[in-house]
Write a protein that binds this ligand. Structure first.
Ligand SMILES: NC(=O)c1ccc[n+]([C@@H]2O[C@H](COP(=O)([O-])OP(=O)(O)OC[C@H]3O[C@@H](n4cnc5c(N)ncnc54)[C@H](OP(=O)(O)O)[C@@H]3O)[C@@H](O)[C@H]2O)c1
Length: 246
């Protein structure tokens, strides 16, 4: 089956594309760059989409610009996919996009709505935060003598688990909203920070931070968590660090 993966060069895409190839799909990876194995195109600028979608059965839409531009990208992609006669579009979203008023989440929610309105055969998979994101946030403070961490719970998940679920969805028929996907454990962000510091052999004081406002309050209440959809037998954050990441 011909599958076009947007965001196939990103963190989740790099975990997913090899699994799709192993499942015998003919995979095209859309990228703004050109290079071996890449199909060049730009979702925001609507460049290269007609050619990229020609003959495609299923689109796996993982691309993100990390902000409001994702809405335009979703609109452009769904229009081009409908014109190309695509059968199924699978979209990765985030648990709590309808409950946490972070502007990025609002853009993801609006992108979901655009895709639903397009009338395409659709499956939306929401997942909790990736282990990679947790590390990315912590690493961004490497030069600081203190490690400031939001005083919230997290339920991080391994991209390998999300990738496997996405391959199952690509192999299936349009299913609307799939059950959410959450990491195996909910832990305080401060505890994850402690594990990471131990892993990188640093001992800076960890400072839990509370921020006024609705977004922080929603995170503090756990509106971004999916405890009932936790994948119990999957790698924890400690496993992720133990495997040499971080
Ligand atoms: N990070 C998390 O914790 C988390 C949790 C749940 C869901 N998600 C969702 O998972 C998805 C993947 O996240 P990620 O962390 O793997 O992303 P990422 O590493 O930041 O990768 C972003 C990808 O988007 C592509 N892209 C960006 N703008 C594009 C454009 N205009 N046209 C075509 N491609 C474009 C990039 O491709 P090129 O640079 O090659 O063009 C790149 O492959 C996102 O939709 C995100 O919302 C993330």
């Amino acid at each position: 089956m011909e599958v076009l993966v947007t965001g196939g060069t990103g963190t989740l895409g790099r975990a997913t594309v090899p699994l799709l190839i192993a499942a015998d799909h003919d995979v095209r990876v859309l990228s703004r760059r050109s290079g071996p194995g890449l199909t060049t195109g730009d979702l925001e600028r609507r460049q290269g989409l007609k050619r990229a979608l020609d003959g495609v059965h299923t689109v796996l839409h993982l691309a993100t610009s990390g902000g409001a531009r994702d809405v335009r990208a979703a609109a452009n992609l769904s229009k081009a996919a409908a014109e190309a006669g695509v059968h199924h579009l699978v979209f990765i979203s985030i648990v709590g996009v309808d409950r946490v008023p972070l502007s990025y989440y609002q853009a993801k929610l609006e992108a979901e709505r655009q895709l639903v309105a397009s009338g395409l055969g659709l499956t939306i998979q929401r997942a909790t935060q990736f282990h990679d994101l947790v590390v990315q946030i912590l690493r961004s403070q490497r030069p600081s003598p203190l490690l400031f961490v939001p005083d919230i719970p997290l339920q991080p998940i391994d991209t390998s688990v999300v990738a496997r679920r996405l391959v199952d969805l690509v192999n299936g028929e349009p299913a609307g909203r799939a059950p959410d996907l959450g990491g195996p454990r909910t832990e305080r962000f401060t505890e994850l920070a402690r594990q990471w510091q131990e892993h990188i052999k640093r001992a800076r004081p960890i400072v839990p931070v509370k921020v006024p406002g609705r977004t922080f309050t929603a995170y503090a209440k756990g509106e971004h968590l999916a405890p009932e959809d936790a994948v119990a037998d999957s790698p924890t954050f400690a496993d992720y660090l133990g495997a040499g990441n971080g």
